[in-house]
Design a protein around this ligand. Structure first.
Ligand code: CTP
Ligand code: MG
Length: 177
């Protein structure tokens, strides 16, 4: 059983770049004070925005930057060696941002306005993409079993909801989800 908890700890450290990348844009866009939509206002074939105003260049770059920096710090400072190379935090961060943008793309195609909630995709899309990006290059980490993965999904789902609620309470976000 100790192996399970050790692997759970490893996966939580492993996905920190994804979490940080996903959370950073909300704060960064507030600090930077300007935002440039990634889709530049472009509309898709269905007449709706490609991604919408919630996906910005500033958010994208700040997320990739912060997630990668955290991962590099972990790589050099943490005793658990979860990353198999310096580029893994970058892959996780780019994947997280890509998954988030893909989620908005899907939401717009479903006719959902920016900021409307789409449960599961909102909470887990970024994580799934993040893992797919890193795993496609480095393979599945030997400590990542299916039970650890399922618990990770559950923890991420709950954390995403509670942290967004918190961000709303401290007025970082204008919607609680
Ligand atoms: N954000 C950003 N750039 C990104 C991702 C997020 O600027 N690439 C910022 C936006 O200010 C966004 C906020 O983080 O409003 C919260 O992100 P999210 O909940 O993913 O966006 P929503 O506004 O809910 O838009 P969508 O419906 O497209 O998910
Ligand atoms: Mg949202």
């Amino acid at each position: 059983m100790s192996g399970f908890y050790e692997n759970l700890l490893k996966v939580m450290v492993y996905v920190l770049p994804s979490y940080v990348a996903n959370a950073t844009p909300v704060v960064a866009v507030k600090i930077i004070g300007r935002s440039t939509p990634i889709d530049r206002g472009l509309h898709a074939w269905d007449g709706r925005r490609l991604f919408g105003d919630g996906k910005t260049v500033e958010g994208l770059l700040s997320g990739i930057f912060a997630g990668t920096i955290i991962g590099i710090l972990i790589y050099y400072l943490a005793p658990l060696n979860v990353f198999r190379g310096l580029s893994e935090p970058l892959l996780l961060s780019v994947g997280a941002m890509g998954g988030d943008i893909f989620g908005s793309f899907v939401k717009r195609r479903l006719g959902m306005e920016r900021g409307k909630p789409l449960p599961i995709l909102d909470q887990l899309g970024f994580l799934i993409f993040s893992l797919l990006f890193s795993i496609s290059i480095y393979g599945v980490p030997e400590w990542l079993s299916i039970d650890v993965f399922l618990i990770l999904l559950l923890i991420t789902f709950i954390l995403h909801i509670t942290t967004n609620m918190f961000a709303y309470l401290i007025k970082l976000k204008d919607k609680p989800y």
